[in-house]
Write a protein that binds this ligand. Structure first.
Ligand SMILES: C[S@@+](CC[C@H](N)C(=O)[O-])C[C@H]1O[C@@H](n2cnc3c(N)ncnc32)[C@H](O)[C@@H]1O
Length: 260
């Protein structure tokens, strides 16, 4: 997880940059929008995220430390609001087995693993050994190392190994790795699921590139194939929702597995 850190509070906890915009953001809420057409970001999206997380997320030294220790990694983790959303989804479906594809510094893994019961387990797949090392540290600090396992390797290989091992199916799968391989990850996720499992895919909208069919962006193309695949599979109840916030304009796709 690599949220930008603006400084630290008197207790020494890191202050994510977006929280430093709260006061200014409240003023912005009363002023005309400042939509930046080059990046499709609006300052008010950050302010609204900061407002909501300020009220909905109590002080959390473990997640603060995970943010701080992941500061050298790419800034591509889910936002605090999105992490909390994944946590609530895991709680709602009473997930006991969770699979994550794309660990980074373990930020989303911590959010989801915190929803697990005592005998619950989360397996997270990560290509980069250094990302995995940072994640393991953050996960251990969160007291979740008995429940969370980070497996290093190309996700396609790790998924094939998971399928071959024939273990218990997963209740929740969160797909958040390299986007062009997402359709393949999704197919395997369905194979590793049971009726009632939920599959969540991040970054499907990509600032609208999802529908820019004239470009040859392989990540957007991967997401187009994913949405087509989800729509065509009668075993699934699919949905897609756009999101804005500190991570800009993007979206999640969801599939409830009806028949495995
Ligand atoms: C968007 S980040 C994951 C963020 C994380 N889910 C979070 O929100 O905290 C994507 C991660 O996927 C990893 N990744 C990229 N290609 C991969 C592959 N082929 N197999 C496994 N992991 C991969 C990257 O190294 C990166 O750490």
């Amino acid at each position: 997880m690599a949220l930008e850190v603006a400084g630290s509070n008197p207790a020494g906890h890191p202050i994510p940059s977006f929280l430093a915009t709260v006061a200014a953001g409240c003023d912005r809420l009363r002023t005309p929008p400042t939509l930046d057409s080059s990046t499709m970001n609006d300052d008010r999206w950050d302010a609204v995220d900061a407002y909501a997380t300020g009220l909905l997320q109590p002080a959390d030294p473990v997640l603060d430390a995970a943010i701080k220790d992941s500061a050298e990694l790419p800034n591509i983790a889910v936002s605090p609001a999105q992490g909390q959303f994944l946590h609530v989804l895991a709680q709602a479906i009473k997930a006991r087995r969770i699979l994550e594809i794309g660990t980074l510094g373990g930020y989303s893994a911590i959010w989801m693993a915190r929803a697990l019961p005592d005998d619950g387990r989360l397996i997270s797949l990560e290509l980069d050994p250094h990302h995995a090392e940072v994640a393991r540290r953050n996960i251990a600090r969160a007291g979740l190392d008995a429940k969370v396992e980070v497996r290093v390797g190309a996700a396609l290989d790790s998924l094939a190994a998971l399928r071959e091992s024939g273990g218990e199916p997963f209740d929740l799968v969160f797909i958040d790795a390299d986007k062009r391989n997402t359709p393949a990850y999704f197919s395997t996720a369905v194979d590793l699921a049971h009726a009632g499992s939920l599959i969540v895919v991040d970054n499907v909208v990509r600032q609208g590139k999802l529908i820019e069919t004239e470009t040859d962006d392989p990540d957007a193309e991967g997401m187009r194939r994913l949405i087509e695949q989800m729509g065509a599979d009668r075993r699934l109840s699919p949905a897609m929702i756009q999101t804005v916030g500190v991570k800009g304009w993007d979206g999640f796709a969801f599939a409830l597995v009806l028949e495995a």
